[in-house]
Design a protein around this ligand. Structure first.
Ligand code: ADP
Ligand code: MG
Length: 247
């Protein structure tokens, strides 16, 4: 069993009387997609925020590559290779797709690019940005302004921006939201290819995508993981059918 790239140990987070995450532990191993599913309000986004570092747990630890990062900032965790998809709103609408990815590459390179003018043609930015676009099936859309991209292409572009930062782990919070069956199927294919390179913790309501992609599934309900296992185990679990999947 390969060592976990990401490990959560007993994460607790309360908002007043509400236990938003209640003793949550899980791991993410190289080469896998681990899906986290559960009803609205279960605590999935609260968990992601504790992993990314924007929210401090009341108790428990977050380990990245075996290192305890629980006390570290969002930026420090990102530098250690914790990647997450950007929100749609963070894409620069008038700029071509590739410029959006180049901004991410530039952020990774830090200060070394500050005095480079013009950066638009700098191969040190263009090449890794193009590579990230191609991995998300957007090579042919590099020059297209974000405003002209479809909803599905924007979701793929957000993942490309995260990939350009060369993450060791990718956190995706509902990447299929609003995509429709065709868009979901396309993004599913892209993620399937991606997982060999970077393991993904995937929060997703699209169960077809989850069952196709995830090696393991954890079910979060009211802040607690009520079931964990492969797709067949989760599909058959009566508690999960009751709390989430329905019949
Ligand atoms: P999910 O992503 O699974 O839909 P969330 O993590 O967004 O669930 O929310 C889990 C619970 O915590 C919900 O009941 C939500 O109302 C509550 N919650 C989330 N963030 C806060 C906050 N900053 N303050 C108070 N309550 C919060
Ligand atoms: Mg959420």
């Amino acid at each position: 069993m390969p060592e976990a790239v990401l490990a959560l140990e007993g994460l607790h987070k309360r908002f007043g009387a509400l236990a938003a995450t209640d003793d949550v532990s899980l791991t993410l191993r190289p080469g896998e997609i681990h899906a986290l599913i559960g009803p609205n309000g279960a605590g999935k986004s609260t968990l992601i925020a504790q992993i990314a570092g924007s929210l401090r747990p009341d108790a428990g630890r977050v380990l990245l590559g075996g290192v305890d990062v629980t006390g570290e900032s969002v930026a420090a965790r990102a530098r250690r290779g914790l990647g997450r998809s950007f929100q749609v709103s963070s894409l620069a609408e008038p700029l071509p797709a590739i410029r959006n990815v180049m901004i991410a590459v530039q952020a990774l390179a830090g200060h070394s690019f500050r005095f480079w003018k013009p950066v638009a043609r700098d191969p040190r930015l263009v090449e890794p940005a193009m590579a990230a676009l191609e991995r998300m099936g957007l090579g042919h859309r590099a020059a297209t302004p974000v405003a002209e991209l479809s909803h599905g292409e924007r979701r793929a572009l957000e993942v490309a921006c995260a990939l350009a930062l060369r993450p060791r782990v990718l956190l995706l919070d509902e990447p299929m939201a609003g995509l429709g069956p065709e868009g979901s199927a396309h993004l599913t294919e892209l993620l399937e290819r991606l997982k060999a390179e970077v393991p993904i913790l995937l929060i997703e309501h699209d169960m077809e995508a989850v069952f196709r992609l995830a090696e393991r599934i954890s079910v979060l309900v009211a802040g607690r993981i009520i079931a964990h296992g492969d797709g067949d185990t989760i599909r058959r679990d009566p508690q999960v059918r009751d709390a989430y999947l329905g019949d």
